[in-house]
Design a protein around this ligand. Structure first.
Ligand code: NAD
Ligand code: TYD
Length: 354
């Protein structure tokens, strides 16, 4: 069945990977990207698709309900893949307001516009609203705790995760109250091409290439579960096409790693792949800094449900994925150099001056 998708946040990291994935795998589907192009959005991520007749890009805010309504109708959308969000924990600590606006109000705006539109179309059974969320809504685990399942109670700790939790609750309520065909996915930390350099892996990669310090928060023993972004896109494809409405699916990489170990592995790969590093070995650049306020200790995902019910498992190991990612950043020097703007330098100083 061919689809007509509205991809919100399609110029960001995961959204743009998803758009490339979808256009490669479903060339006959229509893909409309709606993205406000905040600091994290980059139209260049989609430049190779601009000429395609089944692709179009709209610069706009998901909080703009008349724009969303008009797009749903004029493009005859049947599937929303909702990625648009403020997504970085450190920025949410500096300024939570934008997170509440986009993540909560923006998600509400999309849900309500989609509901009205779905009603006018007589509630077609194949329509979908996929809400892409995070494992961070479940809070923090201690070393002996079992990984998060879909029934783990929500306990968000940062303004980012609290705003994502709020959006998840709204999506859930729209299914239970109105039977809107929604599905929620809660995924662990992603990495791969097109990730903005504020996040751990691209930040370490770029700083090592520039010979700058590699700042590790606290004791470096916080644990994250890493998933290569293409595995995430594949999971979302399976969820859209075969997931049950009203359900939540946890998505994870089965790759729990302490930050310090991840950065050591990354440094070794960079030393091997990068020809002219200003400082070698890169590990010499590792610098422990003051911890992030409220820093969650450990995230881990139990992805049994999506594996058993929908047959999805991740295919890319962390070693493979990190090699691919480092090579991508090496090959796309111009892409990331342009992102090291004044705004980025100001942000960087604010976070790392301590
Ligand atoms: P990102 O910050 O790289 O991209 C977000 C995109 O949303 C950008 O293109 C930005 O311009 C756009 N955007 C922001 N506000 C908008 C608005 N009001 N209207 C329209 N567009 C707007 O984020 P990402 O890392 O690609 O994450 C995408 C989604 O996946 C988010 O919802 C995030 O919570 C979720 N998620 C991310 C991860 C991860 O590791 N990055 C893990 C699990 C879930
Ligand atoms: P991040 O990529 O910001 O993702 P999240 O906080 O959403 O999990 O950070 C991943 C981990 O790396 C997290 O434990 C914080 C840590 N970290 C550092 O130690 N130094 C840094 O400069 C950054 C950005 C993150």
């Amino acid at each position: 069945m061919s689809r007509r998708l509205l991809v919100t946040g399609g110029a960001g990291f995961i959204g743009s990977n998803f758009v490339h994935y979808w256009c490669d795998n479903y060339p006959d589907d229509k893909v409309v990207v709606l993205d406000a192009l905040t600091y994290a959005g980059n139209r260049a991520n989609l430049s190779s698709l601009e000429a395609k007749k089944n692709f179009c890009f709209i610069k706009g805010d998901i909080c703009n309900s008349s724009l969303v309504k008009q797009l749903l109708e004029s493009e005859k959308i049947d599937t929303i893949a909702h990625f648009a969000a403020e997504s970085h924990v450190d920025r949410s600590i500096l300024g939570p307001g934008a997170f509440v606006q986009t993540n909560v109000v923006g998600t509400y705006t999309l849900l309500e516009a989609f509901r009205q539109y779905w009603l006018t179309q007589n509630q077609p059974g194949h329509y979908r609203f996929l809400h892409v969320s995070t494992d961070e809504v479940y809070g923090s685990l201690s070393p002996q705790d079992s990984p998060f399942t879909e029934t783990t109670a929500y306990a968000p700790n940062s303004p980012y995760s609290a705003s994502k939790a709020g959006s998840d609750h709204l999506v859930r309520a729209y299914f239970h109250t109105y039977e809107l065909p929604t599905i929620i996915t809660n995924c662990s930390n992603n990495y791969g091409p097109y990730q903005f350099p504020e996040k751990l892996i691209p930040l370490m990669c770029i700083n090592a290439l520039l010979g700058k310090p590699l700042p590790i928060y606290g004791d470096g023993k916080n644990v994250r579960d890493w998933l290569y972004v293409k595995d995430h896109c594949n999971a979302l494809d399976i969820v859209i096409n075969t997931g049950a409405v009203g359900e939540t699916y946890n998505i994870g990489g089965n790759n729990e790693v302490e930050n310090i170990n991840l950065v050591h592995t990354l440094c070794q790969i960079i030393d091997k792949l990068a020809p002219d590093l200003p400082i070698k070995p890169s590990e010499k650049l590792i610098t422990f800094i003051k911890d992030r306020p409220g820093h969650d200790r450990r995230y881990a995902i139990d992805a049994t449900k999506i594996k058993n019910n929908l047959g999805w498992t991740p295919l890319v190991t962390v070693e493979e994925g990190l090699h691919l990612t480092v090579q991508w950043y090496l090959n796309h020097n111009q892409w990331w150099q342009l992102l090291l703007s004044q705004e980025y330098q100001d942000y960087y100083r604010q976070i790392y001056k301590k």
